[in-house]
Write a protein that binds this ligand. Sequence first.
Ligand SMILES: Nc1ncnc2c1ncn2[C@@H]1O[C@H](COP(=O)(O)OP(=O)(O)O)[C@@H](O)[C@H]1O
Ligand SMILES: [Mg+2]
Length: 257
Amino acid sequence: MSTDVDPQVLLSIRNLNKSFGGLKVTDGVTMDLRAGLVTTLVGPNGAGKTTLFNQITGHLAPDSGDILWQGRSVLGRSHYAIARMGVARTFQDLRLFDQMTVEDNLLTVMEPSAWVWQRGGRAGAHARRDRAAQILNKTGLADAAKVRAVELAYAERKFLSLARIMAADAKIWLLDEPASGLDRGSYKLFLELLRGAVGSGVTVCIIEHNLDIVLSVSDRIAFLDRGKLLADGDPATILKDPHLAAIYFGEQTEAAS
Ligand SMILES: Nc1ncnc2c1ncn2[C@@H]1O[C@H](COP(=O)(O)OP(=O)(O)O)[C@@H](O)[C@H]1O
Ligand SMILES: [Mg+2]
């Protein structure tokens, strides 16, 4: 096997394993996130999707296996070191700075992540504010710039978590159920922002349940069940697979009953 790094593979997960007590939550997962593509992680609740993100971002240490960022292992690095390399994420539970204003939520993300802002002095501060204003415009939050995050409506909080990831100027976005609970109008804006990011060169891995969204954004689908990667490839093929559909829809039927 060649040891050359494929420049198209930004992030490579190699035979990753993680258990909690007796429960195997990541079971020999091997997959790549390829530059410029949207890879969607699907699978029933409890499949281990968020846990996989936690390991990629350094919030959780795997038991074994490796995670390579542009060919170099990130194991043992802190979550903030990994974020600085260009791996940004959103959380299922958002984790905003609730007592800060919407604008400050963005400014804080820009400070550590982007050396380009560190021109120092007024020019730097000005550039940061301009950039924050642009992002707030795009995400429909301009009027809420001075509002504390805790006071926002649900959809606005979801968009603030996206705005924060936009502000971080990362190479790869890991989005944990960013569209869950959004109404149709908000979906449209969400999809627009996602397409804009991909168009400007961001690589995306998204955990998503809504099939319309999955079909409309995915270049690849990775299907996880009980910690195992059951399939990884072309969306049409994967979504047509009756075995996977049974797992996926079986879970949704259980949830509805
Ligand atoms: N810190 C933890 N300690 C123990 N069990 C955990 C922990 N985090 C997640 N789990 C368990 O791991 C499994 C996978 O969880 P998770 O990755 O959140 O699934 P998903 O995001 O696919 O719904 C679940 O059974 C969950 O209860
Ligand atoms: Mg989850």
